[in-house]
Design a binder for this molecule. Structure first.
Ligand SMILES: Cc1cc2nc3c(=O)[nH]c(=O)nc-3n(C[C@H](O)[C@H](O)[C@H](O)COP(=O)(O)O)c2cc1C
Length: 359
């Protein structure tokens, strides 16, 4: 008998909450149950199949007879609880197609909008006199400012292919180690940590990596590819899965024909090596956000439209990228393609229209 290794316990007078954070289950134990659990934690061999509480603890998964896979986790417990506790979030029913997604999404929005949005705190600050600022004039027209203004999230894409040349540009400018910066290296930098990207990187570690999801890129067969930032090259990892892209992204089927996307991963082991505290965990997402934004700006500059999500079916994505139970974890997805610029898919708009008519 073993204690489930993915538990944490919170005091909540008069009892305690036992949280199985991997399976997203919570139990409230009274003193009797807590006392018995403490005894079993101290010595799991005390387990007695005739003991009423022991069998209940086993049936609930707090105790286990199976040897649990222990994932490669070299950081502290806090980041582990948060990362694993927010993975594979239970979804009663992941939408199987775009119609089901539209219905679920619209129902969700209706539910959310039933309660008022949190008040705007800035209104309180407006009690003080406002100092008007001039419109930005320092950026020449047609360059960065236009790209920033042009970036928007689109949810319909045409079936036109993205060229391999554009994919190369996107990857080099978002994730590649820039040759242009090779001679602009400070003497104080440690050898091996001097590679620089267009985005800043926590500790200069370049802990983020990228896997390309190819659906429709001229000259590349569909599938998953790892990007090698030093060589600015791709290597094939896996063929495209049988299920559509939307299935991997928590049922967001409007994205099934997105020509190309990037799974942004983070090498936690690199961060652990330099930063022992789980506060560094916060930085992984900040870094992924920088890369995602850069990818979107480059795509916009190339005349493509963009989409992004953090809603990953984590286990499925890990298998596809060959990262099961690894210290490299997928964090975010950003993609691009040609689009008519629509913010919402037609199916959702049709459903919205028909519900409005019924009211
Ligand atoms: C962290 C993050 C997660 C997001 N996740 C999703 C998502 O799962 N699905 C989606 O369609 N859009 C997603 N978006 C896009 C937002 O809905 C979008 O940025 C927002 O509506 C503002 O529109 P804009 O990007 O065109 O300015 C996400 C954006 C961010 C920054």
């Amino acid at each position: 008998m073993q204690i489930n290794p993915y538990l944490f316990i919170l005091p909540r007078t008069p009892g305690q909450i036992v949280w199985d954070y991997k399976n997203h289950k919570q139990f409230e134990l009274n003193l009797e149950y807590s006392t018995r659990l403490t005894q079993l934690i101290s010595d799991p061999k005390l387990y007695n199949s005739n003991h009423r509480i022991d069998t209940q603890l086993l049936n609930s998964g707090i105790l286990t007879t199976s040897t649990q896979d222990t994932i490669e986790w070299g950081w502290d417990e806090l980041s582990k609880i948060f990362h694993i506790g927010t993975k594979n979030i239970p979804c009663e029913h992941a939408p199987q197609d775009i119609h089901e997604w539209s219905r679920q999404y619209l129902d969700h929005c209706t539910e959310v909008l039933a309660a008022p949005a949190p008040a705007n705190r800035l209104i309180e600050r407006q009690a003080r006199e406002l100092i008007a600022l001039s419109k930005p004039s320092c950026l020449p027209e047609g360059t960065l400012a236009n790209v920033l203004i042009g970036r928007k999230t689109c949810r319909t894409f045409t079936d036109a292919a993205v060229s391999l040349e554009d994919v190369g540009t996107l990857l080099y400018l978002s994730l590649g180690y820039l040759h242009e910066r090779e001679n602009d290296v400070d003497d104080s930098l440690v050898e091996g940590l001097d590679a620089r990207r267009s985005s800043p990187s926590g500790g200069g570690l370049n802990a983020c990596e990228g896997f390309l999801h190819v659906h429709n890129v001229s000259g590349l067969k569909p599938g998953l590819y790892a990007y090698h930032p030093t060589d600015h090259a791709l290597s094939f990892v896996n063929p495209a899965p049988d299920s559509p892209l939307g299935q991997l992204l928590c049922g967001q089927h409007f994205i099934n024909n997105l020509p190309v996307g990037l799974f942004i991963t983070s090498r936690f082991d690199k961060l652990w090596w330099k930063y022992e505290h789980s506060r560094a965990y916060r930085m992984t997402f900040v870094e992924a956000g920088h890369i995602s934004q850069t990818f979107q700006l480059v795509a916009t500059a190339l005349g493509l439209n963009t989409w992004l999500t953090g809603a990953l079916a984590d286990d499925q994505v890990e298998v596809l990228l060959g990262l099961e139970d690894s210290a490299e974890q997928p964090l975010f997805f950003v993609g691009c393609g040609y689009s008519d610029g629509q913010v919402m898919c037609k199916e959702l708009k049709d459903l919205l229209g028909s519900r409005e008519q019924q009211q």
